[in-house]
Ligand binder design. Structure first.
Ligand code: TXE
Length: 493
C-alpha cells in the first residue's frame, strides 16, 4: 500500500518553517535540498532558517511560556494534548512512514515496526507522566513545613540528528511538553520532512500557539539557538565534536541547562559460554541495524578465543545474508546510508582498517552505483589501537577482537573515550554481573542488544554525553526543583 503513496505524500510535504502554529518562509527566503539517499534525487526544496528566524521562533516560544495558556494548563490537560498528538501520528502512519523512508533511506520494515510504533508509544507514556509530576514533603527541624515542587525549565532548544528523525523528535519533544516547557526544535538538514509534517498534527491536536516551533536548516541554526539569551535549556543529540561546541556556546551568554547525547564506540563481549545463536544475532543487529547509524551500535565485538573462529564464520554468514535494496520493499533489511558524506566517511574508515592491518573478511565496498549503500563489512584480527577500534564509524562495519580473560576484556572494553552502551553474552550470571557493574556505560545489555522502551533511561558516560532521555529521568531534564519552606507557629508541631 505504501508503494503507491510517495508522489502524493511528497506533494503534500511541508517545507516551510513552523512558528506560532503558522507556516512561514525563512527571512532570507533561501532554500536547501533534501535528497532521497536511495535514488539520489531531490525530494523537496525546504526553506532554510537562519539567525533572524531563530530570534522570531525563540520569542514565540518565550511568549507562549510566559504569557500563553500553556502554563496555566494542568498536567492532565497537557497530557491530553500529547495523547492527541500520539493518536494523530497513528492516524497518519502511512504518510509519516513514507516520508521517513524516502528522506532517510530506512527500510520500510524498520520504520513501520520500530520508528513509528515507538514514537507513538513515547508520546503516550509522557502523556501519562504529565499528570504525575510530584515533589516531596520533607521533614525538617523546627517549626517549618517543607515541600518541593517541580516546575518547567522554560524555553528549550532541541537539536536532533538524522539517524532516527521521527523518534529523536519525540524523545526530545514528549518529555519537554509533559514538563510544561515550550520549545524550538531543529531537525537535521538531511531529514527535515517528518519533523515538519508533525507541525500539521500539532495544529490539529490543538497545542496553543508558540508552544512548539520547528526550524529546518543547518548547523548555524543550532548554533544560534545555543547562543540565544531567550533559551533556557539546550538538548542536543549528535557528534561529540558538536556536543562540545554546544556546551561552550550554551555558557557564553548566561548559563543554559544542557543535556547531550553524543557518539559511541560500544563494546560487546562474547564469552565462550554464550548461546552462540543469540550472541551472533545480537552482535549482528547491534552493528548492522539501521545501517550502523546508531549511537549505541556495539561495534567493538570482543570474542573469547575458544569460540573466535566459529563466531566469525557465523557472523560472516549472517552479514552476507543481509538483503540490501529499495527501502520501500518489504523484503529489504538494509537501505542506503543517509547521504554521500556519511557513505564516504565510512568507506574512508574501511580503507584505514585495511591499511592498519585488520583482516577484511566480508564487505568493504560501496554496493551498486546508485544510492549511498555500503556493504555490511566485517574486520577480524582488529587490535585495540587501530582507528576502526577507536573511532565512531557510524556505518555497517563490525570490528572483531579476540580476548582470553574476563579482567583483561573489562579493562580493554572500558578503554574508550566513549561510554554510551555495552553488551555481554554469557550464560553465567556471575560473569554477567561482574561485567555490567564494571562497564563505564549508560546502558549495559545482557544476552540482548540495543533494546529500549519509553520507560528505560538512555544516555552516556564520558564523551558520550550527560543527562538521560526516556523514562522519568528524561522528564526531570526539563524540570526545575523548587524547595518551599514555610514557617509555622510552634503550636502546630
Ligand atoms: O553530526 P552533527 P553529523 C555522529 C556520527 C556521524 C557524525 C557526523 O559519528 O558520522 O556524528 O554527523 C546540528 N551548533 N553522530 O555531521 O554535525 C546539525 O545541524 C548546534 C552521532 O550529522 O553533530 C544536526 O541537526 N547544532 C549521533 C545536529 O547538530 C549544530 C547522531 C547533529 O549534527 C551545530 C548523528 C552547531 N555548531 C551523528 N553544528 C548520535 N549521537 O546518535 C551542527 N549542528
Amino acid at each position: 500500500m505504501l508503494r503507491s503513496l510517495p508522489k502524493r505524500v511528497i506533494s503534500s510535504a511541508r517545507t516551510q518553517l513552523f512558528i506560532n502554529n503558522q507556516w512561514v518562509n525563512s527571512k532570507s527566503r533561501q532554500t536547501f535540498k533534501t535528497i532521497n539517499p536511495y535514488t539520489e534525487e531531490v525530494i523537496a526544496e525546504v526553506q532554510q532558517s537562519n539567525e533572524a528566524d531563530v530570534d522570531i521562533a525563540v520569542k514565540a516560544a518565550r511568549t507562549a511560556f510566559d504569557k500563553g495558556p500553556w502554563r496555566r494548563m494542568s498536567g492532565k490537560e497537557r497530557g491530553n494534548l500529547i495523547l492527541k498528538l500520539s493518536d494523530l501520528i497513528a492516524d497518519n502512519f502511512s504518510p509519516l512512514s513514507t516520508l521517513e523512508i524516502i528522506d532517510s533511506g530506512k527500510p520500510i520494515k524498520d520504520v513501520t515496526t520500530i520508528d513509528l510504533p515507538f514514537s507513538i508509544d513515547f508520546y503516550k507514556y509522557y502523556a501519562g507522566l504529565a499528570n504525575n509530576i510530584r515533589g516531596k514533603t520533607i521533614p525538617i527541624t523546627g517549626p517549618y513545613t517543607c515541600y518541593t515542587r517541580y516546575e518547567p525549565v522554560g524555553v528549550c532548544a532541541q537539536i536532533i540528528p538524522w539517524n532516527y528523525p521521527l523518534m529523536m523528535q519525540c524523545w526530545k519533544m514528549a518529555p519537554a511538553l509533559a514538563a510544561g516547557c515550550t520549545l524550538v526544535l531543529k531537525p537535521a538538514e538531511q531529514t527535515p520532512l517528518t519533523a515538519l509534517k508533525l507541525g500539521e498534527l500539532i495544529i490539529q491536536a490543538g497545542f496553543p500557539e508558540g508552544v512548539i516551533n520547528i526550524l529546518p536548516g543547518y548547523g548555524d541554526v543550532g548554533r544560534a539557538l545555543t547562543l540565544h539569551p531567550g533559551v533556557d535549556k539546550v538538548a542536543f543529540t549528535g557528534s561529540t565534536e558538536v556536543g562540545c561546541e554546544v556546551m561552550r556556546n550554551s555558557g557564553t551568554k548566561g548559563l543554559k541547562r544542557i543535556s547531550l547525547e553524543c557518539g559511541g564506540k560500544s563494546p560487546h563481549i562474547i564469552f565462550d559460554d554464550c548461546d552462540m545463536e543469540c550472541a551472533v544475532a545480537c552482535a549482528h543487529f547491534g552493528v548492522f541495524g539501521n545501517m550502523g547509524q546508531s549511537c549505541i551500535a556495539g561495534t567493538r565485538v570482543y570474542v573469547h578465543e575458544k569460540i573466535y573462529d566459529q563466531f566469525i564464520e557465523n557472523s560472516v554468514y549472517m552479514a552476507r545474508a543481509r538483503l540490501l535494496g529499495d527501502p520501500m520493499d518489504i523484503r529489504t533489511h538494509h537501505g542506503p546510508q543517509v547521504d554521500q558524506t556519511q557513505m564516504e566517511k565510512i568507506l574512508g574508515y574501511i580503507e584505514k582498517g585495511k591499511s592498519e592491518g585488520a583482516k577484511l573478511v566480508t564487505g568493504g565496498n560501496r554496493w551498486g552505483n546508485k544510492g549511498y549503500f555500503v556493504e555490511p563489512t566485517i574486520f577480524t584480527d582488529v587490535k585495540d589501537e587501530m582507528t576502526i577500534a577507536k573511532e565512531e564509524i557510524f556505518g555497517p562495519v563490525m570490528s572483531i577482537l579476540k580476548f582470553k580473560d574476563i579482567n583483561e576484556v573489562i579493562s580493554r572494553a572500558n578503554n574508550s573515550k566513549y561510554g554510551l552502551g555495552a553488551g555481554v553474552q554469557t550464560m553465567d550470571i556471575e560473569k554477567a554481573l561482574k561485567v555490567t557493574n564494571a562497564m563505564k556505560a549508560g546502558t549495559v545489555y545482557v544476552n540482548c542488544y540495543d533494546y529500549q522502551t519509553e520507560n528505560t533511561p538512555f544516555g552516556g558516560y564520558k564523551q558520550s554525553g550527560f543527562g538521560r532521555e526516556l523514562g522519568e529521568d528524561g522528564l526531570y531534564q526539563y524540570l526545575e526543583c523548587k524547595t518551599v519552606i514555610i514557617k509555622n507557629s510552634a503550636d502546630t508541631l
